[in-house]
Design a protein around this ligand. Structure first.
Ligand SMILES: C[S@@+](CC[C@H](N)C(=O)[O-])C[C@H]1O[C@@H](n2cnc3c(N)ncnc32)[C@H](O)[C@@H]1O
Length: 364
């Protein structure tokens, strides 16, 4: 898609590409941030960007010693492609790991407010530490996603919190004057089975509980003694891999997730030498015919978007990576009705369990 800005045209695309024309590589909230900065009289340098999913803001701010926090492997790939497509060097923006404690002082942080408000809080807490004393944070969101909690969280960290008028159905929140020593955002602890405690970084799937769909899959999960190589696909905090290993302690388990915070959380939860971790958004790390068993509660929701295409492309990868006779067990919401899609890829598709919300499939 082309975006025109100050007389120039830029080509900005989503990664992975989508056939769904309603899914865009930027929103009016991104444009609102650009408009605010271009109308400001300040010469902003060293901004730090949060949740710049496809690199839209990185492209326009690349001349300002910009840093971008990279949470997802797919985000890193989108950023690389879009910089290249617009004739920019890969290193014009500095990538930051969301868990790194940077000492660099920034003048400005731009936060596209994520759906997970605990992630928003942790990003605000980090940005608060990275900013100069007279630094500002500008948060942007589409008005339909507004919640008063956004303001309450912002006020924990800043004295001044000004909300803009709506523009193209988006709003900005301008935060100034850092509060002294506000509460730091903390790692979540989840009790599982009354025995195991799972730790996870704020923003990792299912917040402070084990998800109900995941629990339903766990109730019906079959792991055989001959399942030596197991993949937990879209592994989140690693709970499925943990259950699989407890059923077959000799298995080698691979955990793969697109989210760095998820992969780092799962490393805290699985200390077994039989577990290995992959930060990726597809199965390119694995050869054909690798796994006896793949287990998953696959992704269909990405921040405020719903998109079935990513899960379907992961299923094609699963088919390639399963050994002959290997099994894929997954749970999804009932209403997605995935059976037709799964039948296109697998010889046998069995419904192992179903309730009014979820369904567990076993595919061979
Ligand atoms: C429904 S959650 C399941 C997490 C975990 N297995 C559980 O049950 O709690 C889906 C996970 O998919 C991850 N994800 C999204 N896109 C992905 C992709 N392309 N490749 C791998 N993981 C992805 C998300 O980061 C999220 O952790």
């Amino acid at each position: 898609m082309t975006y025109s800005y100050q007389g120039n045209s830029y080509s900005i695309s989503r990664y992975p590409k989508s056939d769904n024309k309603s899914l865009k590589a930027w929103s009016a909230a991104d444009e609102h941030l650009l408009k605010y900065l271009s109308e400001s009289t300040k010469d902003w340098q060293k901004p730090i960007l949060y949740n710049d999913r496809f690199g839209f803001l990185s492209i326009f701010l690349s001349q300002h010693q910009t840093s971008v926090v990279v949470n997802f492997k797919s985000q890193e790939k989108a950023l690389e492609t879009n910089l290249k497509d617009n004739g920019l060097e890969a290193n014009v923006v500095h990538r930051i790991n969301p868990l790194d404690n940077q000492s660099n002082a920034h003048d400005l942080a731009l936060i596209k407010v994520p759906k997970s408000l605990e992630l928003f809080k942790s990003q605000l807490s980090q940005a608060h530490e990275l900013l100069n004393d007279d630094g500002e944070i500008i948060c942007a969101f589409m008005t339909k996603y507004f919640s008063p909690k956004i303001i309450n969280i912002a006020k924990e960290y800043f004295e001044e919190c000004h909300q803009s008028k709506a523009w193209k159905k988006s709003r900005l929140l301008v935060l100034k004057k850092k509060k002294k020593s506000p509460e730091k955002s903390e790692i979540n602890t989840i009790n599982f089975d009354g025995v195991k405690e799972f730790k996870q970084h704020p923003g990792v799937f299912s917040g402070k509980n084990i998800d109900y769909a995941t629990q339903f899959l766990i109730e019906h999960l079959e792991v055989k003694a001959t399942d030596n190589k197991i993949l937990d696909l879209a592994s989140g905090n690693g709970v499925l891999a943990h259950v699989a290993l407890s059923k077959n302690p000799n298995a080698e388990v691979s955990l793969l997730d697109d989210s760095l915070l998820a992969i780092e959380s799962s490393k805290m939860n699985l200390k077994s030498p039989n577990a290995s971790f992959y930060f990726n958004d597809n199965l390119d790390n694995f050869e054909n015919n690798t796994f006896d068993l793949v287990i998953s509660n696959p992704p269909f929701h990405f921040d405020h978007e719903t998109n079935i295409e990513i899960a379907l492309s992961l299923f094609i990868d699963v088919k390639r990576c399963l050994k002959k006779g290997g099994v894929f067990q997954l749970v999804t919401s009932n209403h997605l009705n995935l059976k037709t899609h799964l039948y296109k890829l697998f010889h046998k598709v069995k419904i192992v369990a179903k309730n009014d919300k979820f369904v567990v499939y076993l595919c061979e």
